[in-house]
Design a protein around this ligand. Structure first.
Ligand SMILES: [Zn+2]
Length: 165
């Protein structure tokens, strides 16, 4: 129960992203930092902790008070199952497990080259989850069915790219 507090120093307040599958911690950190409003957030990365549930797990501590909705959606796409805890005065005040999203709006590109979302700039892509277990999604425009891993995530336009160049 106190595993977290033993292995990573307690923080007075912030966000802990826990139960990240081992090896994915840095990827999750990169996602968080790819959003401009999160770029300055101080982060502590913990890798390869023993976990009863996962065998090994990674963990992130972020010195911020909340995660923007689009960051949560992005994480739901790439690492559903992680848990997010909000800490205040050294206590967990909120805890949630990131679920496979019901809908993905404007965050992923349709795999169908003929889909209108790949041709009209003003059309925002939209996918609906048709089976959370197999993580299959249907495009709202072309009705194509895709696995979650097949949907490539659209990085925040311009913001992310300009930071890398
Ligand atoms: Zn489509």
């Amino acid at each position: 129960m106190s595993e977290t507090t033993l292995l990573i120093p307690k923080i007075e307040s912030g966000i802990v992203i826990d139960h990240i599958p081992a090896g994915k911690g840095l990827e999750v950190l990169e996602i968080v930092h790819s959003y401009p409003e999160m770029r300055q957030v101080v982060a502590t990365v913990g890798l390869n902790y023993a976990s009863q549930k996962l065998g090994r797990k990674d963990m992130l501590k972020l010195q911020t008070h909340s995660l923007p909705g689009r960051v949560m959606e992005h994480m739901a796409m790439v690492c559903a199952g992680v848990s997010i805890k909000r800490i205040e005065n050294y206590k967990v005040v909120e805890r949630l497990v990131v679920a496979v999203p019901d809908n993905i709006r404007g965050l992923a590109r349709c795999r169908n080259p003929n889909c209108i979302t790949n041709h009209e700039r003003d059309v925002q892509s939209r996918f609906r989850c048709i089976d959370p277990t197999s993580k299959r999604f249907a495009c709202a425009f072309c009705e194509g069915i895709f696995g979650l891993h097949e949907l490539s995530v659209i990085v925040p336009v311009g913001e992310h790219l300009s930071a890398r160049e």
